[in-house]
Ligand binder design. Structure first.
Ligand SMILES: NC(=O)c1ccc[n+]([C@@H]2O[C@H](COP(=O)([O-])OP(=O)(O)OC[C@H]3O[C@@H](n4cnc5c(N)ncnc54)[C@H](OP(=O)(O)O)[C@@H]3O)[C@@H](O)[C@H]2O)c1
Length: 285
């Protein structure tokens, strides 16, 4: 995805993957800084630790408490910090700043808007899962102005802690634990890992939440392209989308932060789909 985007922008950069152990994250970031990398993406389990290892946290990383993107910057002649990509020649300095961003949270809202046509402001949402992705989604949806949010999680204590955090940070969102007793909702969002394996049960209890009660269903899982939840939701007449968009949009935003240019979304989407599915996945309803 990133290399396709980089090529489409005509840059002679390369995006490479490295396995880094958490205890070596600090020297890995220092090495990238010393080698004048443009930036980095980090994934689980590095996103929290990275908050302490960068020099500055962008607002996005401060708000969501996790860093998935680092941009290296240097001072220009006027003393302003600028992305390394903006310098025609590598700056002669040993002071390179690592700035941490979070592009995951906004990617959720963008995926819901662009892949499901859903603006969540004022909407009713059931969220399954309160792990790392579920927590970010819940807080981001509340920040976006979701009116009613129901949290469902196997470990109730995690959902309770998340509900308390939302009540404190976003008091305008009505947050409750468990399924809505009656009435329909605009969105059922799966942020559990149920559906990754073929023998997984559905992440939702259909006795307590029949799928026709949801107008749209989003599954953060993108492999398989159609989880049993999405298949059942489609059969129940719901609009559906899988998590590929989330993965895509966090990457598009990261590339935009490094380059300062609009990301070539469709090129990156095609590369991601080709890499993950080998071909285009079944179209969403
Ligand atoms: N599309 C994307 O870009 C993207 C990005 C991030 C994550 N994801 C997907 O989102 C999902 C969650 O990721 P995560 O990082 O939040 O993982 P995580 O922190 O490990 O959380 C896993 C969640 O799934 C629940 N769960 C796991 N096994 C379960 C079971 N047998 N029965 C009921 N609930 C179960 C957990 O419940 P407990 O709290 O009770 O353990 C928790 O809510 C994964 O499928 C991941 O692939 C997608």
């Amino acid at each position: 995805m990133q290399n396709a985007g980089i090529a489409a922008l005509g840059l002679n950069w390369r995006y490479l993957a490295f396995d880094v152990r958490p205890e070596e994250l600090r020297p890995a970031i220092e090495g990238a800084r010393a080698m004048r990398f443009i930036g980095l993406n980090l994934t689980v389990p590095h996103k929290l630790l990275a908050c302490e290892l960068v020099d500055e946290l962008d607002e996005s990383a401060r708000t969501w408490g996790a860093v998935n993107t680092i941009r290296f910057e240097a001072r220009d002649d006027s003393g302003q910090w600028r992305p390394l990509a903006e310098f025609e020649e590598l700056p002669e300095t040993d002071r390179i700043l690592a700035r941490g961003f979070n592009t995951d949270a906004d990617a959720i809202v963008r995926a819901l808007r662009e892949d499901l046509g859903l603006d969540v402001r004022g909407r009713r949402v059931v969220l399954l899962g309160a792990g790392g992705a579920g927590r970010t989604a819940a807080l981001r949806l509340a920040a976006e102005g979701v009116a009613d949010l129901w949290l469902v999680n196997r470990t109730a204590a995690k959902a309770e802690a998340l509900a308390a955090e939302i009540r404190q940070r976003h008091p305008d969102t009505q947050v409750r634990l468990g399924y809505p007793g009656q009435g329909s909702v605009d969105l059922l969002l799966n942020a559990t890992s149920l559906g990754l394996r073929p023998d997984d049960p559905l992440p939702v209890d259909l006795n307590r939440f029949p799928l026709p009660s949801a107008t749209a269903v989003y599954d953060m899982i993108y492999q398989p392209a159609e989880t049993p939840l999405l298949a059942a939701a489609k059969a129940a007449g719901c609009r559906t989308a899988n998590g590929l968009g989330m993965l895509l949009y966090q990457g598009v935003r990261a590339l935009e932060l490094w380059t300062g240019r609009p990301g070539p979304v469709e090129t990156m989407r095609a590369a991601l789909e080709a890499h993950i599915y080998g071909q285009r996945p079944p179209a969403s309803a």
